[in-house]
Design a protein around this ligand. Structure first.
Ligand code: FE2
Length: 423
């Protein structure tokens, strides 16, 4: 396939992109299509790598209101509510909701998702369900599973054994939740156990870490320490890290270089962090998101995740990673054109790096996992949370949408508008 006349995220325009056997084979001006190769006219719209969500919970998605809504809006009530729902889950319902969400994702150009899956249910129902879904969606979506001890590795009686069973069944990544253990000491111990388990099995680590407003919640320091000690550089991700928002600046000036030394990767979840954090504050209310621009400036890879869609923690969401980038840049005050582009990277190539997807991006040799956005530049795509005109998975079309335009009927004005300025 040849995609003609595309604008690329780096600003190059009128580019042709040739795709051969699912990979990008050439990116040039005026490529002559080989005989019989179908052509698509991008008409100057933005051709971007497909979106990546580096942090999600697919076992709880689309369960909003079951059995009730989260009245306080806090993380802790969400965990309690999920605990109420767990005994009533069925594999069929889990699979159905996950597949529904994957449909939404593909329609929004989101073709790779790392989902945490709760392993604190002795039946491992959600693990079985999501392993099934992973296999079913594999032709069109990369689903990666993290064994997540939601109720605490040491706090929940069978969590460690269940987590190992989940890894034995094929779950890809070791998860954790040190700030939810009974004490900070047990949180520290959980990190040691989990990092050693990952080292032993040659697996990556991705922990919910310091998801609180407590400036003294400092498990990320321990996570960086064990990453360094065990030589897990580049294989460990700290998700959330919201306590860093509230930490003492002097302490952070020591912490961030330690994280950089260990090559810890970071996932912030702007929609959820701005919603769940600061709930115990009066005014001023903290934003709660981790220190995204400072972490990026120190050379750490930072991605944005969606985290939740219509579940015990969050009533909204639609698998739209542009909405995530949009919220992320607001919360982090990253409003320059270069910073907006960086936030776009946080939901595309940076997320792919977290997931260890080596061939993601607009480059020769990359997988042709692409989305054609109804926008003429990255800033416009983020501003409009642009329509996804076409989505390709390894060069095969998997979704398309009609262009969006409002028809106006106003005296002396053009009769349609699509929210862009004239060139
Ligand atoms: Fe999460």
């Amino acid at each position: 396939m040849l995609i003609r006349n595309a604008t690329l995220p780096d600003g190059r325009s009128d580019m042709d992109v040739l795709i051969v056997e699912g990979r990008i084979a050439a990116i040039e001006h005026g490529i002559l299509a080989p005989e019989g190769v179908p052509e698509v006219d991008a008409a100057g719209q933005l051709l971007a790598p497909s979106f990546v969500d580096a942090h999600f919970h697919m076992d709880s998605t689309l369960s909003y209101g079951l059995p009730r809504v989260n009245a306080s809006g806090t993380l802790l009530e969400g965990i309690a509510l999920w605990g109420e729902l767990k005994p009533h889950l069925t594999q069929g319902a889990l699979v159905e909701r996950a597949l529904q969400y994957c449909d939404w994702a593909v329609a929004k150009g989101l073709l790779a998702i790392r989902t945490h899956v709760d392993v604190c249910d002795d039946r491992l129902l959600a693990v079985e369900a999501l392993l099934h879904v992973k296999q079913q969606v594999a032709p069109y979506l990369d689903l990666q599973l993290v064994a997540f001890p939601q109720d605490g590795l040491l706090r929940s009686p069978n969590a460690l054994a269940n987590l190992k069973r989940a890894l034995d069944k094929g779950v890809d990544v070791v998860g954790g939740i040190p700030h939810f253990e009974r004490t900070a000491t047990e949180g520290t111990e959980s990190i040691r156990i989990l990092c050693e388990l990952a080292a032993e099995r040659g697996l990556p680590v991705d922990m919910h870490c310091d998801e609180s407003d407590d400036p003294m919640s400092r498990h990320i320091e321990t996570l960086a320490f064990h990453t360094q000690r065990l030589g897990l550089h580049g294989r460990v991700t700290g998700s959330h890290l919201t306590s860093m928002h509230s930490m003492d600046n002097y302490y952070v000036s020591k912490l961030i270089p330690l994280m950089a030394e260990a090559q810890v990767q970071v996932v912030a979840n702007p929609l959820i962090n701005i919603t769940l954090q600061g709930r115990h504050d009066t005014y001023p209310k903290r934003r709660g998101m981790t220190r995204v621009p400072e972490l990026m400036a120190a050379g750490l890879n930072v991605a944005f995740g969606h985290d939740c869609v219509m579940d015990p923690w969050y009533p909204l969401g639609s698998a739209d990673m542009l909405e995530v980038a949009h919220m992320g840049l607001h919360v982090a005050q990253m409003t320059s054109p270069a910073q907006i582009a960086t936030c776009f990277d946080a939901v595309t190539v940076n997320g792919a790096q977290v997931m260890g997807l080596p061939r993601h991006g607009i480059a020769v040799g990359s997988d042709a996992n692409l989305v054609l956005l109804q926008a003429r530049a990255v800033v416009e795509a983020v501003r409009l949370r642009s329509n996804r005109l076409r989505v390709w998975r390894r060069g095969k079309p998997v979704a398309c949408s009609a262009p969006v335009a409002a028809q106006l009927d106003l005296p002396g004005r053009p009769n349609s508008v699509a929210w862009t300025l004239p060139r």
